[in-house]
Design a protein around this ligand. Structure first.
Ligand code: ADP
Length: 288
């Protein structure tokens, strides 16, 4: 089982004629609401990859639809609490050229309670995976508890924020980050990822694929050549698939190979959690 202490967001996408300036009031032509948040995306990806995935998180009184959506995609939502603050959301303005600006409100993602976390993890079994990203409260508490329980501690260092990332680093069995975050981590620690003393590290390299470090020794996994139309959620899909592979006891190389396929498929699609491919699609996909 994968236990994912993760964010749940509503991505509210407003199509606007141009990005609003200071003091400007602007009518949007269209509004789409998608399920998002790195946590939710990873839970959906892991579940669609066939792993038993329990999400630990919080929504607000306005978040019932997000629960329904997660359930529909196969995620266990029993450990998602209802907080009094609004569901986390992103207000995303997109202009005719595709340029955007984003206001992010963490909302309920920062209201996950210690009680709730403890209760959820009390159902975890030794050898289960605990996954976190940097969009919720209680990451260090979860890592500490997870360690005591003998869980494999996995962390996506995104969005990168040095203090938060450094605080969980000592607990990790598996760290995943993109190239930019790897550079930010190097700047914050003065060490390259090979010197972190973490057993498994993956640096994703966008259209170049991913590099995997097993106790500091690197191997490369090239990406598939596809016509990319929207790269949002590619990293989360990749991570979810790697985690599912690990949870199934797959060799890491095989898990990464499958994750590259899933993420390649993902970048050919518009949208996030709602369009993450399932295992059957990933297996049947043909690439050049
Ligand atoms: P993030 O979205 O977190 O910044 P990356 O951009 O590194 O992460 O992408 C994550 C993964 O998505 C890559 O390792 C790769 O498998 C896949 N991917 C991303 N962009 C492309 C692309 N243009 N073509 C094929 N695969 C891609």
């Amino acid at each position: 089982t994968i236990w994912n202490l993760g964010s749940i967001n509503a991505d509210m996408i407003y199509d606007v004629p141009h990005l609003p300036g200071p003091g400007e009031t602007l009518s949007a032509n269209r509004l789409d609401r998608f399920l998002g948040g790195k946590g939710a995306n990873m839970s959906v990806a892991a579940a669609r990859a066939g792993a038993r995935t329990a999400h630990i998180g919080a929504i607000g009184p306005d978040g019932r639809w997000a629960l329904d959506r997660l359930t529909e995609y196969g995620v266990d939502t029993r450990h998602i609490e209802q907080a009094k603050v609004p569901t986390g959301h992103a207000i995303i303005a997109v202009d005719a050229q595709g340029e955007n600006n984003i206001i992010l409100f963490p909302g309920a993602n920062h209201a996950i309670s210690q009680d709730q976390l403890g209760q959820a993890l009390s159902s975890a079994a030794q050898g289960d995976l605990l996954v976190m990203q940097n969009e919720t409260s209680l990451q260090v508490e979860a890592a500490e508890t997870g360690r005591k329980l003998g869980l494999t501690i996995c962390y996506a260092a995104a969005p990168f924020q040095a203090d938060a990332v450094l605080a969980v680093l000592p607990y990790l069995d598996f760290l995943i980050l993109n190239e930019v975050e790897a550079e930010q981590l190097r700047a914050a620690t003065g060490k390259s990822v090979t010197d972190l003393n973490i057993e498994h590290v993956i640096v994703t390299l966008g259209s170049k694929g991913a590099r995997y470090y097993l106790r500091g020794t690197a191997s490369n996994f090239p990406a598939h050549k596809v016509q990319a139309v929207d790269t949002t959620g590619a990293g989360d899909t990749f991570t979810g698939y790697v985690l599912a592979g690990m949870d199934h006891g797959m060799p890491m190389a095989q898990a990464i190979t499958q994750a590259n396929r899933a993420a390649a498929l993902m970048v050919t699609r518009h949208g996030t959690a709602d369009v993450i491919p399932d295992l059957k699609e990933v297996r049947e996909a043909r690439f050049d």
